[in-house]
Design a protein around this ligand. Structure first.
Ligand code: NAI
Ligand SMILES: NCC(=O)COP(=O)(O)O
Length: 341
C-alpha cells in the first residue's frame, strides 16, 4: 500500500485538444481501485466537463486550491481554474490555447517550489502548437529548467530520464536535430549529465551505487575510430573523468547490443547520446508504463512518456496507464531528498 503525501500533486492540463483530458478523467475514475495519490488539475474545468460528456463519463469537478484538493479528491476531481478563453474540440489543436497550457506549467512549478503541491506532473503538450505561439523552449524539460533557474538564481541543467520497469534511459542531447548532435555532444555535457543522474538515482530512486552504461555515438561505438571518432575523443574521456570521481560509468558500448534482456541486467541506467537512441528502446520496452522524469530540478516533475495523440482524443481509447505510472512515481520520489546538489 503506497503512502501518500499530505499535499496534492499538481497535474497540468497539457494541450487541451489532446488526450490529456481523457487520461486525467480516466485516472481519477480509477483513484480508489489503484489507490492513486490525490492530484489537483491545473486547467480549464469547462474543457474537462466537455470531454467527460463526449466520452460518456460521469466525473464531478470541483474548484479547489492546493490546501483543499486532498479532501476534495475522493468525491470530485479538484480543479484550479485556468481559463482557456476559447472552446476546444478534441483532436483539433489551436494556437490560441497555448497561453493556458503554458500558464498551467508555470503555476505547477510555482506551487511545487513553494511547497503547496508535492510535485509537478505534466500532461502532454504539442510542441509545434506552442512554437507557433512563440514559445521559446524545445519542450517541458528545458522550460522547467529555465523556470527553476529564474526562481533560484542558480543555473540548472535538466536531464531527461525515461523510467520504466524494464529500462531507465537518458538522452544526453535532447530536443535537437540529429545533424546537430555531433557538434552538441561534448565530454563536459556527458560528464555533467552523468553526475546529475548518479546523484538523483541515489537521492530520489534509492539506488546506492548506480551503474551507468554509456552508449557510443557511432555504429559499434566507432569501431576503433574507423566508423567515427567521437566515441574515442568525446565519450571515452568523459567516462574516464566520471570513474576518477567514483561514479560507476562504463562504455562506450555499441548501442545496438546494450538493450537486450541480458545486457540490461548489467546496469541501472543507459546513458544515450541522442533523443531517439534513448527513447526508442524505452518506448519499445514499455510504452504503457514508462514515465518521463526530469532530473536535476529542485522539485519533482514526471509525465507520461507519450504525446498528445490528437488522432484518438475524445474517442475513449486513450490508455491512462502511463499517466497513472507518472502520478505514482511522482508521489514516490517527491518524499525523497531534493535534487539540489
Ligand atoms: N511530454 C510531452 O509533452 C510529449 C509531447 N509530445 C508531443 O506530442 C505530439 C504528438 O507526438 P507523436 O509523435 O504523434 O506521439 P504520440 O505519443 O502522441 O502518439 C504516438 C502513437 O501512440 C498512440 N498513443 C499515444 N498515447 C497513447 C495512449 N495513452 N493510449 C493509446 N495510444 C496512445 C497515438 O495514438 C499514436 O498512434 C507532438 O507534438 C510531440 O511534440 C510527444 C511526447 C511527449
Ligand atoms: N519525446 C519526449 C518528449 O518530447 C517530452 O519532452 P518534454 O516536453 O517532457 O520536454
Amino acid at each position: 500500500m503506497p503512502s501518500h503525501s499530505a499535499l496534492p500533486l499538481a497535474l497540468t492540463q497539457g494541450d487541451p485538444a489532446g488526450i490529456g483530458p481523457d487520461i486525467t478523467l480516466a485516472a481519477w475514475l480509477r483513484r480508489g481501485e489503484l489507490d492513486l495519490p490525490p492530484f489537483l488539475f491545473l486547467g480549464d474545468a469547462r474543457i474537462l466537463a466537455a470531454r467527460a460528456l463526449q466520452l460518456g463519463l460521469t466525473v464531478p469537478l470541483q474548484a479547489a486550491d492546493p490546501a483543499a484538493a486532498c479532501d476534495v479528491f475522493q468525491d470530485a476531481l479538484p480543479v484550479l481554474q485556468i481559463d482557456a478563453g476559447i472552446s476546444v474540440n478534441a483532436g483539433e489543436p489551436q494556437v490560441a490555447t497555448a497561453k493556458g497550457t503554458i500558464t498551467a506549467i508555470e503555476m505547477a512549478v510555482s506551487l511545487s517550489m513553494s511547497g503547496r503541491t508535492s510535485a509537478v506532473v505534466t500532461n502532454p503538450i504539442a510542441k509545434s502548437v506552442l512554437y507557433d505561439a512563440g514559445f521559446g523552449f524545445p519542450g517541458h524539460t528545458e522550460f522547467l529548467a529555465d523556470l527553476a533557474t529564474r526562481a533560484t538564481g542558480k543555473p540548472i541543467m535538466p536531464v531527461m530520464l525515461l523510467a520504466g520497469p524494464k529500462l531507465r534511459a537518458i538522452p544526453v542531447t535532447i530536443h535537437i536535430p540529429l545533424k546537430d548532435v555531433p557538434q552538441a555532444l561534448t565530454s563536459d555535457l556527458i560528464v555533467e549529465t552523468c553526475r546529475i543522474t548518479d546523484h538523483d538515482l541515489r537521492s530520489r530512486f534509492g539506488i546506492a551505487k548506480p551503474r551507468l552504461a554509456v552508449a557510443g555515438l557511432n555504429p559499434h561505438a566507432g569501431e576503433n575510430g574507423a566508423l567515427g571518432k567521437e566515441d574515442d575523443e568525446i565519450v571515452r574521456p568523459a567516462i574516464d573523468t566520471l570513474r576518477a570521481e567514483g561514479i560507476d560509468a562504463f562504455g562506450p558500448l555499441p548501442a545496438d547490443t546494450m538493450f537486450h534482456d541480458e545486457a540490461r541486467r548489467r546496469y541501472d541506467v543507459a546513458i544515450c547520446m541522442y533523443h531517439d537512441q534513448a527513447l526508442i528502446p524505452a518506448k519499445a520496452l514499455g510504452f504503457d508504463d514508462s514515465v518521463n522524469v526530469t532530473l536535476g530540478l529542485p522539485f519533482v516533475r514526471t509525465s507520461p512518456d507519450h504525446g498528445t495523440a490528437f488522432g484518438i482524443a475524445g474517442k475513449g481509447i486513450a490508455k491512462e496507464d502511463s499517466l497513472v505510472a507518472a502520478l505514482r512515481l511522482a508521489n514516490e520520489i517527491s518524499g525523497k531528498t531534493g535534487s539540489n546538489r
